[in-house]
Structures are given as C-alpha cells and as structure tokens.
Design a protein around this ligand. Structure first.
Ligand SMILES: N[C@@H](CCC(=O)N[C@@H](CS)C(=O)NCC(=O)O)C(=O)O
Length: 333
C-alpha cells in the first residue's frame, strides 16, 4: 500500500507547482496533505478543523470549477474509496453517507504518517481529531453522541442545490453566482467526456468518470425542477428552525459549554447560508421565511468570530466575497 500511495501521490502532485496555491500551513513538518478548494464548504470544514488542532499541513488549492478532473487526482482519491459505492444520483446533498462516493471532488486528505488517503470531510475531521493530541479536543467522548447527531444534520443539508440552482420564485444568490451557474452542468459534463476519452483503456478511471457524468446529469435535472429547488430551500429553512429550538441562552455552543466539531461544521454551514443570501433563515423578514430565529443569530455571530474560522474561511485567500458578508471584512486595513 505504501508504494501505491507514494506512487499515486507523486503523480497527482506533478502539476501542483504554483507556490500561491500549493503551500505549507502552520509550523513544523507537515503531518497531512490536503487537496481542497477555497470556496468548497467541505474543504472549509477540514481547514477549520486543522486550524483548531493547530497542526501543519501541505495545502493544494485545486480548481474544481467547472471541473478540473485530473485523472491522477482521481486515481489518488480512489485509494480512499474503501468499498463505498459510487454516487450516481443527485438530491442536492453531498453527504458520502447517503449519496455515495464521488471520485472527482474535494477535499481529500493524506495522512503522511499512516500512508492513508481519506475522503469525506466528516471522516477526515474525525481522523484528524483522533490522531492529533494538540489543539482543541473536538470530539470529547462524553459528547460524542450529540456531536455526531449535529454533524449528520449539517452533512445532510442541501448546500450543493442552493449553490448550483436558483429558487424558482426569486433567485437570492449573489450576482457572481447567478451569472456563472447557468449551463454549469453541461460544461462539467463536456469536461468529463473529454477526460473519459483520455482515460480509455483504464477501466478504473473510466468507471469513475462515467459515475460522475451520471451524477452531473441528475444534478442538471434537479436544479431545473422548480419543486425540487423549493424542497431544498424549505429543507434548509426547517433545519435552521430546528437548530434554533436546540439552542438556548444557557448553551454557548451547540452541544453545551465547550466548542466541538459540531460547531466547526455549523460555522461553515451557517456562513455559507449567509454568503449565498439565506441569512433570512434566521433574520426572517423574507417572503420565504418571515420568522426570526434569535438563538441561531447569536450562535452564528459567535461562530463567525472564532479565530480558526476567520483564518480558514473568512480570510482564506481565494474565498470570493459576496455582497451578503461584507461586514466580516470591515476590520481589514
Ligand atoms: N460530503 C463530501 C462532499 C464532497 C463534495 O461534494 N465536494 C464538492 C465541494 S464542497 C466538490 O468538490 N464539488 C465539485 C464537483 O462536484 O465537481 C465531503 O464532505 O467530502
């Protein structure tokens, strides 16, 4: 396994030479290598987790838009598939647990000490917390059950649907997203078809790319169906309302007095909602949701002030700003 790990890692890293996008984060010898994308929510969860743990890692910011499917990256990622079935359908969610394994996404984490390839931000974050003694203990055994239950809720939130698709009764997404998303699935499929032609003769990569094409076709159909998009947005509004009911003044963080992995995941999720124009889930005053959710509002502002989150998301180079989050950049000189 170590030979295969090293071989695939070396090949995947050949094109990753731009020093601004391929750099070491933190001090000391890096224990991990992370393939990620600045704007990707799942990458943001992992970066925030790594910042909380205060570990050093090699970060490769790979451009996944509109689909930079380098076969050597896919080959490396496939080492982390671990028997999971490939994702072929689309519900607007990206949970590996419910949707399956996608060979052409970020994040992927390498544990260089264990020669291990990890896919799925949920599993990656749990692994990092388990093997790194330093920094914040993010999954203390006494809170594991409630942390897992919060993480499952965030993991099942249809973040992907609201990025790629417009609400049929009014597109609230930032202007930059509204202008680039039309036709995105067709552009991804075209790129994948090119990659498929290049991969002919390598059945492992062919199967992976064919599965990804099926998923993108299903994605195209989801965002084109008004009832599917309405359901995705309603699902998120309900999820935030339920979070509001679980939070109260006595709880600083979602599982109690200590900051945990559940807060890492909620920070990223709630910031994405705000970034995309869905802060109305807790501020109310919108035709899609009139009710305010004050517990979520207070909780979100605590999360967005967290140092790890500011470093890994708000001020991470390459995370585009949307008109909805400009207040978080006011302190810049
Ligand atoms: N649940 C998976 C999701 C991975 C995923 O869907 N990543 C997205 C970004 S958040 C991606 O790379 N999308 C690019 C594409 O599908 O082409 C995880 O947490 O690792």
């Amino acid at each position: 396994m170590d030979d295969l790990f090293n071989h695939r890692r070396n090949l995947a890293n050949v094109p990753l030479t731009d020093p601004d996008k391929n750099r070491i984060i933190g001090n000391g010898a890096p224990r991990f290598e992370l393939y990620h994308f600045a704007l990707s929510v799942c990458s943001q969860k992992v970066r925030t987790c790594l910042a909380e743990k205060d570990v050093s890692y090699i970060a490769h910011d790979i451009n996944i838009q509109p689909g930079n499917y380098h076969p050597d990256y896919i080959r490396l990622r496939l080492l982390g598939q671990a028997g999971r079935s490939m994702a072929r359908g689309y519900t607007g969610r990206s949970s590996v647990e419910s949707e399956g394994f996608d060979p052409a996404v970020v994040p992927t984490l390498l544990d260089l000490e264990q020669a291990m390839v990890l896919v799925d931000s949920v599993k990656i974050c749990a692994h990092v917390d388990a093997v790194c003694a330093g920094g914040t203990k993010l999954i203390p055994a006494t809170l594991k059950q409630s942390i897992d239950s919060e993480i499952a809720i965030v993991d099942a939130t249809p973040h992907v649907a609201i990025l790629y698709g417009a609400h049929p009764d009014g597109d609230f997404r930032p202007e930059r997203i509204r202008s680039v998303m039309p036709g995105v699935h067709d552009r991804k499929i075209a790129k994948l078809q090119q990659a498929l032609e290049q991969a002919r003769g390598d059945p492992e990569i062919e199967a992976a790319i064919e599965a990804k094409i099926s998923k993108e076709r299903a994605g195209k159909s989801h965002v084109a169906r008004p009832e599917a998009m309405r359901a995705s947005v309603d699902d998120i509004i309900d999820t935030v309302a339920a979070l509001n009911d679980r939070l109260d003044d006595a709880r600083r963080w979602v599982c109690g007095e200590v900051f945990t992995m559940a807060d890492v995941q909620w920070a990223v999720s709630l910031f994405r909602l705000k970034w995309i124009g869905m802060a109305f889930c807790w501020t109310g005053g919108h035709t899609l949701n009139t009710k305010s959710r004050p517990n979520v509002e207070r909780y979100a502002s605590r999360l967005f002030d967290r140092q790890s989150f500011r470093e890994a998301v708000i001020h991470w180079p390459g995370v585009p700003r949307s008109e909805y989050v400009m207040e978080h950049y006011r302190d810049e000189s």
